[in-house]
Structure formats: C-alpha cells, structure tokens
Design a protein around this ligand. Structure first.
Ligand SMILES: Cc1cc2nc3c(=O)[nH]c(=O)nc-3n(C[C@H](O)[C@H](O)[C@H](O)COP(=O)(O)O)c2cc1C
Length: 399
C-alpha cells in the first residue's frame, strides 16, 4: 500500500511523533511509505501546493502525524487542511488515520478535529494512535504502536471505520446580521479586549462585535490578529521555557503581554471554519506558549462571540469549555448567530458585566479534574511528567 505521512510537527525530522511512523516503515518494508515535512514547509506550500497535491493523489492511506498543541493540532496542520480544501484535491475514498504524541492532555479533541476534517473530505477514517512522548522508548509503548499498525492495516483491508458524525444541515441563506443595539453609557473601570481574526469581508462577525461593544457597559478594544505580522507558527523548540522569550523576533511576546494580557477580560470572536476557526487563530493560540510556566490569565473572565453552527460542533464546544476550566477563567458564555443573535449578544454583554462585579468562578468539573484522575493511575515518573505538562496547562500555557 502507498502510505503518505504528513509530518506536521514543526520539528521535522527531529519530531518525536514522526519516529512512530518511521518505526512502522522499518517493520513493514512491504509497504511504500513517503514523508512530507508539512510542519516545516507550510509557507512554501502556500505558494506552491503542487508537491502536496501530487503526493496526496498518489497515496492510498494518508497518515496525519503531529504533536497535540493547545488541545488540538498545531497551526501548521490547520493551515494544511485549509490548503487541501481550497485546492479541491479529491481524497474521497482514501484511507485516513493519525499518530500523535503528547502528554495525553486533550489528545481526544485533537484526534476528533482531524477526523472531522477527514470526513469533510470524504475519507474512510481509521481510529488513530495517541502515544505519550516517551512511548517508543519502552516495550509497552512499542507494543501498542505495533498493535495500532496491525489494526490500521486490517481496517484498510476489511473496513471498520470511525463512525461519521451527523453533519450540520445546510444553512438557510440569511441576510447579513445588522447591528441594532443602542450604545449604553460606558465606564473605564475595566478594560475589555476583543481578540478576533475577523476577515475584512466578514460583515456578519463585524456586526456582531459592534453590537456587543454597544451593549457592554465598559469601553472595549478590538485586536485583530490578521493585523499582526506573525513570522510563523510555534516551532515547539521550548526555548521560551528557559528564557521566557520566543526565538522569533516578530515582537509577539511584547504584543501579547502589553496589548492583550493587560486586559481585565477577554472576548474571543471568530467565525467557525474547518471545525475550529481560520488557522490565524491557531497561530495565536500556539504562540502563547511563550508564556512559559507563569500564571498570567488565571481568574480573568472570558466570553465568546461565534458566527457559525456552534451547536453542531461538539468538539469545538469541548475545547472552549475545557480551555476555560483548565485556565481558571470564568466562562461568561458563548453568543452565536444561530438563533436570536441580538438577544444572545445582549445577554452575553450583561453576563460579562455580572462576571466582573460578582467575581464569579465555575467549580471545576471533569474538564479539569479528569486530568488529575488520570494522573493517579500512572507510575511516579509518568505522574511527574504529567504534572509538569499539567501545571503548564493550568498556568495558561496551553491556552
Ligand atoms: C505550543 C505547544 C502546545 C502543546 N500543547 C499540548 C497539549 O495541549 N496537550 C499535551 O498533552 N501536550 C501538549 N504539548 C506537548 C507536545 O504535544 C509534545 O511535546 C509532543 O510530543 C511533541 O511532538 P513532536 O516532537 O512530534 O513535535 C504542547 C507543546 C507545545 C510546544
């Protein structure tokens, strides 16, 4: 079988994850395995997609190999999925599976995200392997990898695919939402920042943001990520863990700390695409890793303004709720344009206000305590590694 490994780790050949695919190649010389370093060449593929299209067309099985980044896939893979869909290359009927490494912290949401996009492309999806970072170093981990390869090859021959989710029904063509809420008086006691990747022609989201600003009793600022000159996605080099500074010199650290993290409340505003939002937001998510282990946004209330079929995106909902809980942020709510948009935006603005005045907190549930419960089952060394990963997440590092 012709197998294409899409190596979406920004570390390229030094990726931990891709070594599981190399292990497969070593064990199964009867199959042709080729590799594309999409994590490192994503910018080049934006300019010329031909090498990716050719490789995808030739492959029978496409294996997405990537590290879990901030509850989902790295920016580089999000961008690749956008490029694949924009190109229109026909992948229907091909097999798709995935290999990740991580500390198993929200690996499920990452896998679901890739599955959802493979279903969009009409592929036969085979359950992937979520490995720990050190798994290939021990016999148990290698055995689990071998079992996964056997199951993968069995499924390609005999079937047994992941059950596709029910797709959202086609959206009724509605007129673009118009801002209708009158501006209420504002105070400057709180600084609210609205972080968005709103495109210039996305009037729907622009108008939702305008109405939210009008109904909010505080002055608010809009920070559009599209205006920031990102030099690239997070490289996963962990340099920031040592120095507290990112190796990129595009000024993102200062921008994050002085323009966004100074706010008393965050509102994230985006339009759903490819089961998340445009990859520009994922670039922002990943680059926040430069926070290191410092607790920077714990306790800050957050809210979401979302344009799109949010109710048909259970995985995205899990990510939003999980991130809020893990980051210790009070989730004031999510206003969408699926029903009574004006009423939802108004209620969100009011709830946001109450969130400040009453210093509300959500008690933590499974999204947070589940991580601790998993930790209890592990060996001391695994537990220590888990806690290092977890404390990073809890400090907003993965947010
Ligand atoms: C920006 C960033 C975000 C991360 N987010 C997560 C996460 O949400 N959950 C997790 O378990 N591990 C997370 N990790 C750890 C990576 O998944 C892990 O280091 C992975 O094994 C790296 O694989 P690679 O060497 O193939 O790139 C993150 C690492 C980075 C750099």
């Amino acid at each position: 079988m012709k197998i294409l490994v899409l190596n979406a780790s920004p570390k390229g050949n030094n990726s931990t994850t891709v070594h599981t695919a190399l292990y497969f190649q070593a064990l199964h010389p009867e199959h042709t395995v080729s590799f594309l370093p999409v994590g490192q060449r994503i910018k080049a593929y934006e300019t010329d997609f031909t090498p990716v299209r050719t490789a995808l067309e030739e492959a029978e099985l496409i294996l997405f190999c990537y590290p879990v980044y901030t509850f989902i896939a790295p920016y580089q893979l999000h961008r690749l999925i956008e490029l694949i869909k924009a190109d229109g290359v026909n992948l229907s009927g091909k097999f798709a599976s995935q290999i990740t490494t991580s500390k198993h912290f929200y690996d499920v949401t990452a896998h679901r995200y890739v599955e959802e996009n493979c279903f969009d492309l009409g592929m036969h999806v085979i359950r992937g392997l979520s490995a720990d970072m050190e798994d290939l170093l021990c016999e148990r981990g290698r055995r689990e990898a071998r079992h996964f390869f056997d199951q993968l090859l069995f499924s390609c021959t005999n079937g047994l695919f992941v059950t596709p989710p029910i797709p959202a029904p086609a959206r009724k063509q509605k007129a673009v939402y118009q801002p209708v809420l009158p501006a209420i008086p504002k105070t400057t006691v709180k600084d609210v920042v609205i972080v968005t990747n709103c495109a210039q022609d996305d009037l729907q989201l622009q108008h939702m943001i305008a109405d939210f600003q009008a109904a909010l009793p505080y002055e608010s600022r809009v920070v559009n990520l599209n205006a920031f000159p990102f030099a690239g996605g997070c490289l996963g080099c962990f340099g920031c863990a040592v120095t507290g500074a990112c190796v990129y010199k595009d000024g993102f650290d200062a921008f994050l700390r002085k323009t966004i993290q100074t706010a008393d409340g965050f509102v994230y505003a985006f339009t759903i695409s490819d089961h998340y939002t445009h990859s520009s937001f994922k670039c922002f998510d990943d680059r926040q890793f430069c926070n290191g282990h410092r607790t920077v946004t714990h306790g800050t209330p957050i809210a979401y303004l979302i344009s799109g079929d949010y109710r048909y995106e259970p995985n995205l909902r899990m990510i939003i709720e999980g991130r809020s809980e893990v980051g210790g942020n009070y989730l004031c709510g999510v206003a969408t344009d699926e029903g009574d948009t004006t009423a939802e935006i108004k209620a969100l603005a009011q709830h946001r206000d109450a969130g400040y005045r009453l210093h509300r907190r959500h008690p933590s549930g499974w999204h947070l305590s589940g991580c601790y419960k998993c930790g209890i089952q592990q060996t001391n060394e695994q537990k220590r590694l888990f806690e290092v990963g977890f404390s990073a997440a809890n400090s907003g590092r993965y947010l």
